[in-house]
Design a protein around this ligand. Structure first.
Ligand SMILES: Cc1ncc(COP(=O)(O)O)c(C=O)c1O
Length: 391
């Protein structure tokens, strides 16, 4: 495997363009956390080259030394136009957006506008582990509202969590992940409208992490939370960073619904010191000119989702997997394999393949592991073979 380069620079699928040898020259955390004999399919970085329009924009900025502080609303304008073209969402108002350093820090700043120390933030576990880390770091309490057995929002469970969150007259927020990491659930318009009504009824403010929004299968439809009826008091935090692999080029946008504009206006100006100008240039180019590249990626991811199911059926029939329609992450239920609470530890130790451990995703994470599909079919195949070899 290590000796067999699979990179084909002209392949339309960006997931097939780079060889393992090229990828191992990277110095980001995906490639440096583990020794070279480990195949890394854990953190949400993709094994793709930069989209050409993004590379061009960044290269041109570097060539003219355009490396100062960010200015203007170009990023928000590019996102608004992308949102209209791709999702039919025509009411993303540029004046109700703020450039923030990245999605997690944007969420922190929005939560500071809506809650105080000791207040509750409701999450749908199992969920992206930094939701716990960042919320607790800012002295808020996490209240869990587990997804149901089909990995969908359970409104009864959510209502119970809302009641606990606002008990004693406290302020509370609901941090919704849409599409959902790690299950890949794409929430429907009806589900989102029901969530908005429920949150309003209990006085809970909704903050939606929509970082994975562009990464939705051709067979599904992403619905922006702020586009559904009743969501006017909500916030969304959006970014090009997952869909175009730009986590190292920091920038994101906080977007307020029409009835949350006054809240957004209270965000202190120093928040604008965090985002990188080069990041904003890269993200703007991605949303403005990266649509074709994204479409090719989505085709490749659809192929990989199908391939993963075939591979699991062949090599690891004990693993349960309900393919999500969004994100490039697969949530594997490994409880039948007898590998304990943290099957990723066994896959790493005995199979030399790195997945994300399930337990840090909160209640429902034990016995699970998260696999990153954004790689070549060859690496994906080798990874599942190695996992089977670890049993
Ligand atoms: C749901 C979710 N939110 C936020 C992030 C991190 O985004 P950022 O690097 O912009 O903070 C990730 C990264 O994988 C993610 O999956």
């Amino acid at each position: 495997m290590e000796q067999t380069p699979h990179g084909s620079p002209d392949d339309p699928n960006p997931l097939r363009r780079l060889s393992l040898e090229q990828l191992r020259r990277r110095t980001s955390i995906k490639w440096r956390e583990y020794p070279d004999d480990v195949l890394p399919l854990w953190v949400a970085e993709m094994d793709v080259p930069l989209a050409e329009p993004v590379a061009r924009a960044v290269t041109e900025a570097v060539a003219i030394g355009d490396t100062g502080y960010p200015a203007g609303t170009g990023y928000a304008e590019a996102l608004a136009s992308f949102a209209s073209g791709r999702w039919g969402w025509d009411t993303l108002a540029v004046e109700r957006t703020r450039l923030v350093p990245d999605v997690m820090l944007g969420i922190v700043e929005v939560l500071k506008l809506l809650t105080g120390p000791g207040d509750a933030v409701v999450v749908n576990c199992p969920v992206y582990n930094p939701f716990y880390l960042f919320v607790e770091h800012m002295d808020r309490r996490v209240v869990e509202a587990p997804l149901d057995e089909r990995s969908r929002i359970d409104l009864t469970v959510l209502e119970d969590a809302f009641r606990r969150a606002v008990r004693g007259g406290r302020r509370a927020a609901y941090l919704l992940c849409s599409p959902h990491n790690p299950t890949g659930t794409v929430h429907t318009a009806d589900e989102l409208a029901a969530v908005a009504a429920l949150a309003d009824r209990h006085g809970v403010r909704v903050v939606v992490d929509e970082i994975h929004a562009p990464v939705v299968s051709r067979s599904a439809r992403f619905v922006p939370y702020l586009s559904v009826p009743g969501a006017d008091r909500g916030f969304s935090v959006m970014s090009a960073s997952k869909a175009w692999n730009l986590a190292g080029l920091k920038a994101a946008l906080a977007v307020a619904g029409p009835a949350a504009a006054d809240d957004l206006a209270r965000m202190p100006p120093e928040v604008g010191h965090g985002p990188s100008h080069l990041g904003a240039i890269a993200h703007t180019a991605a949303f403005r000119d990266g649509g074709d590249w994204l479409d090719a990626l989505l085709d490749g991811l659809d192929d990989n989702r199908r391939l993963l199911d075939e591979l699991l059926a062949k090599y690891l029939p004990g693993v349960r997997h309900r393919p999500g329609e969004g994100t490039y992450l697969a949530w594997l239920d490994c409880r039948a394999l007898g590998l304990g609470d943290d099957p990723a530890a066994a896959f790493l130790e005995r199979g030399r393949v790195a997945l994300h451990s399930g337990p840090p995703f909160g209640t429902g994470g034990a016995g699970h592991a998260r696999l990153n599909l954004a790689t070549s079919p060859e690496v994906l195949t080798e990874a599942v073979r190695r996992m089977a070899g670890a049993l």
